[in-house]
Write a protein that binds this ligand. Structure first.
Ligand SMILES: Cc1cc2nc3c(=O)[nH]c(=O)nc-3n(C[C@H](O)[C@H](O)[C@H](O)COP(=O)(O)O)c2cc1C
Ligand code: SF4
Ligand code: SF4
Length: 255
């Protein structure tokens, strides 16, 4: 079973590749499972994979909450996790271990991949250049085959090489401030370029957007994944003034 969450497609690409190469087609989208309050059931010798993007040098809150509270029947025979990040992971591994320990589960192996940046909501934060984005995607494709081999061998350990520095400050001090002060949908605006196509609403993992009078309306339970901003075909969405002119990115099949 592969539990996955992705806003802009990077982690979805990793989850899809793992599913295909490991021959595990039981893929569960975490926000959907959370909405349905679905229970997870493991057969004998069934492994669990968890795939998600790094948010604020940690596990996204919605993933943490799901892992801590979901009802689980049976026990996975092996647990691996893979995260994607733009830059650094900080204490993501430790935070994930803590989430799983609430269910009496232990992480066997942890992997990280650098993928193109999606968070551009603050001054000083911007997208990767096309060259850098391609370099990251190519690097991930290359290391994925090694990671798949390790998972098949049931490898044990933390294989994350992207932890960076000042990890305690970033993951334990800045993360709560990030969620408390910066995660909001009140700053989203839509320009007259909007054609009311509904792509932003259709691709919101949290179903937080409704289309009213041919315009998106944000409904207050956003995690700032930025899918709506990046996928709008008219680039009509902005987050205050901070995203203006910064361009768009999401992972497209064939990238
Ligand atoms: C809200 C938010 C917070 C993020 N925080 C981090 C971070 O702390 N470190 C990092 O390297 N990348 C960070 N990123 C970048 C993403 O982890 C990265 O682009 C990831 O591959 C996006 O995956 P997705 O396309 O599956 O959503 C953040 C992105 C978002 C939207
Ligand atoms: S995706 Fe863009 S153009 Fe389409 S409804 Fe949303 S804001 Fe409007
Ligand atoms: S409203 Fe936009 S940024 Fe917020 S969760 Fe939905 S797609 Fe992501």
């Amino acid at each position: 079973m592969i539990l996955w969450y992705s806003g802009c497609g990077n982690s979805r690409f990793v989850a899809d590749t793992l599913s295909k190469e490991l021959g595990d087609d039981s893929m569960i989208f975490i926000p959907e499972a959370a909405r349905q309050a679905a229970a997870l059931e493991f057969g004998p010798d069934e492994a669990l994979g968890i795939v998600f993007p790094v948010y604020s040098w940690s596990v996204p809150k919605l993933v943490s909450e799901f892992l801590r509270t979901v009802s689980i029947k049976g026990k996975p025979s092996y647990i691996f996790a893979a995260c994607t990040c733009g830059d650094q992971t900080g204490l993501t591994y430790e935070h994930l271990c803590k989430d799983l320990s609430k269910q009496g589960l232990q992480l066997d192996a942890f992997f990280s991949f650098q993928m193109p940046e999606t968070y551009i909501n603050l001054p000083g934060f911007s997208l990767d250049t096309p060259e850098n984005a391609k370099r990251k995607i190519d690097g991930t494709k290359e290391s994925l085959s090694e990671v798949i081999g390790l998972i098949k061998q049931r490898a044990q350990g933390n294989y994350d090489k992207l932890r960076g520095s000042k990890t305690f400050l970033k993951s334990n001090i800045l993360k709560p401030l990030f969620y408390g002060l910066l995660i909001t949908d009140r700053k989203f605006t839509v320009s007259d370029a909007c054609i009311g196509c509904g792509i932003c609403a259709k691709n919101c993992p949290l179903q937080n957007i409704t289309i009213e009078n041919d315009r998106p309306k944000w409904n207050g339970h956003c995690t700032n994944c930025m899918s709506c901003y990046h996928r709008c075909p008219k680039n009509a969405i902005n987050f205050g003034k901070n995203t203006i002119g910064k361009g768009q990115y999401y992972y497209k099949q064939g990238d």
